[in-house]
Design a protein around this ligand. Structure first.
Ligand code: NAD
Ligand code: UGA
Length: 444
């Protein structure tokens, strides 16, 4: 069995690496020659726990290769996976499908014998049919099927998510293509992973519905957190009390600065646009988008309020820049709203992130990037925890106080305990939990 994986980004590298771990021969293809060169030198261009070892092992065993030569890889492949980006289109927020369409054209030109073209990229409903149309138009003689096989992995936990998924969704009406996908996913069938067989359209929509639901769940608890702050309740306990109900579930009920990342923001926008076009608007999703955007912007005001109403001339330490821990991905990270807003209000920013600094430097200028969490706190008037890296969970409180000018901490991820922080003499604020010191937040 041979697979060509087009697009060697977060999804392409993880999926390609994991398929090769299943024993399949995988050629990962990317048009970015520098990326391929790095991969061929043994460097993994993204930070994803466990990916280096997985790639190294499978390259050494000869099952995983990297190249820019799409034609050669597709010509040899039984299945070609499309894992290129589908960012938001400027203007209307719909998915920009130009990379997917270009890839479909290139695949069509290179196909050799019956080939299954599988979309792993997140694509709006109708894209599978469009890919089939493009292939037929480019190569009227092509023998192929198009399958939608959306990916549900999370960055930072991607390998485990891929190897032990809650489910695999396979969208096709072709029995021949379905059998091939069953062979590819054989190790997961053997583990009795639930497999959802559906039409292409249903599979495409299942992916967006899942992401939009998770984004809505986070947004719901974020709004409950706001209410908790007004009425003196604790969102952590509310979430636990809710989440223990099996119908609700405990996951994705952590209040914070608003969701970010390469997917929830763009996928909610694209789904809302699809729904408007289909004359079936999704008002919940539209509200989620609006609430989350406002929330991310409001976080800087919260910090300013905790600093006595002004940060002009003050030094703010920022811990965590990536959109979540265990990744170097900065796409739509809350820090991209918070840091510039604080700078615009006159603050000097000292920031630290365990893996995100290289990416952050491209997006956030005028920041003093530090070598450690404690360096970032040195002489700071306030400390803001933006991303909950494990390394920030057990900082030495006495040392933080010694490093900072004033012990003001704004914990946007609720990783510290309010009572303990108050007892340690901090002016500590978190999200949706009662204030122990310093009054209420007026930055609403
Ligand atoms: P990415 O930007 O990290 O990688 C995409 C890669 O595709 C880039 O390296 C780019 O150079 C390459 N590419 C673009 N056009 C190409 C072409 N014509 N030929 C060869 N290579 C080409 O993107 P990503 O985060 O891996 O996301 C890919 C898709 O998977 C998106 O649709 C995304 O929504 C979806 N997805 C992402 C995640 C995630 O956690 N990142 C999870 C599930 C689904
Ligand atoms: C998300 C989904 O979880 C994956 O299933 C999906 O495959 C992926 O999008 C995708 O389509 O690309 P990811 O964006 O990597 O994965 O990360 P998440 O763990 O979902 O976090 C997304 C954002 O939500 C982060 O900013 C995170 O901090 C925030 N979040 C998450 C919360 O604020 N609270 C929570 O309880 C959970």
């Amino acid at each position: 069995m041979r697979i060509a994986m087009i697009g060697a980004g977060y999804v392409g590298l993880v999926s390609g690496g994991c398929f090769s771990e299943f024993g399949i021969e995988v050629a990962c293809i990317d048009q970015d020659a520098a990326k391929i060169e790095r991969l061929n030198r043994g460097e993994v261009p993204i930070y994803e726990p466990g990916l280096d070892e997985l790639i190294e092992r499978n390259v050494a065993e000869g099952r995983l290769t990297f190249s820019t030569d799409l034609k050669a890889a597709v010509g040899l492949a039984d299945a070609v996976f499309i894992a290129v980006g589908t960012p938001s289109r400027r203007g209307d927020g719909y998915a920009d499908l130009s990379y997917v369409h270009a890839t479909a054209r290139e695949i069509a030109q290179a196909m050799n014998g019956y080939t299954v073209v599988v979309t792993k990229s997140t694509v709006p409903v109708g894209t599978g049919a469009e890919i089939a149309r493009i292939i037929r138009e480019t190569r009227p003689d092509a023998d192929f099927d198009v399958v939608s096989n959306p990916e549900f992995l999370r960055e930072g936990a991607a390998i485990n998510d891929f190897m032990r998924p809650d489910r695999v969704v396979i969208g096709t009406e072709s029995e021949r293509a379905r059998k091939l996908l069953q062979r590819i996913y054989r190790p997961l069938y053997l583990m009795e992973t639930p497999i959802v067989h559906a039409t292409v359209e249903t599979a495409e929509l299942t992916k967006y519905a899942s992401n939009a639901f998770l984004a809505a769940k986070i947004t719901f608890i974020n709004e409950i957190a706001d209410l908790c702050e007004k009425v003196g309740a604790d969102v952590h306990d509310v979430a636990r009390g809710m989440g223990l109900d099996g119908r609700i579930g405990r996951k994705f009920l952590h209040a914070g600065p608003g969701y970010g990342g390469s997917c929830f923001p763009k996928d909610t926008l694209a789904l809302a646009q699809t729904a408007r076009q289909a004359d079936a608007p999704l008002r919940i999703v539209e509200s989620v988008i609006e609430i989350n955007d406002t929330r991310k912007k409001r976080m800087a005001k919260r910090v300013i309020s905790r600093c006595g109403g002004s940060v002009a001339g003050k030094t703010i330490a920022v811990l965590g820049l990536t959109f979540k821990p265990n990744t170097d991905d900065m796409r739509e990270a809350p820090s991209l709203e918070i840091v510039p807003a604080l700078q615009a209000a006159g603050a000097k920013i000292q920031a630290y992130d365990p893996q995100g600094v290289e990416e952050a430097k491209k997006l956030l200028t005028g920041v003093d990037y530090c070598e450690s969490a404690y360096d970032a706190m040195s002489g700071a008037d306030a400390l803001v925890i933006v991303t909950e890296w494990n390394a920030f969970r057990a900082l030495d409180l006495a040392r933080i106080k010694a490093e900072m000018k004033t012990p003001v901490m704004i914990d946007l991820r609720n990783i510290y305990n309010p009572e303990e922080m108050a007892a340690a003499g901090f002016d500590y604020t978190s999200v949706g939990r009662p204030q122990r010191q310093g009054g209420t937040d007026h930055a609403k």
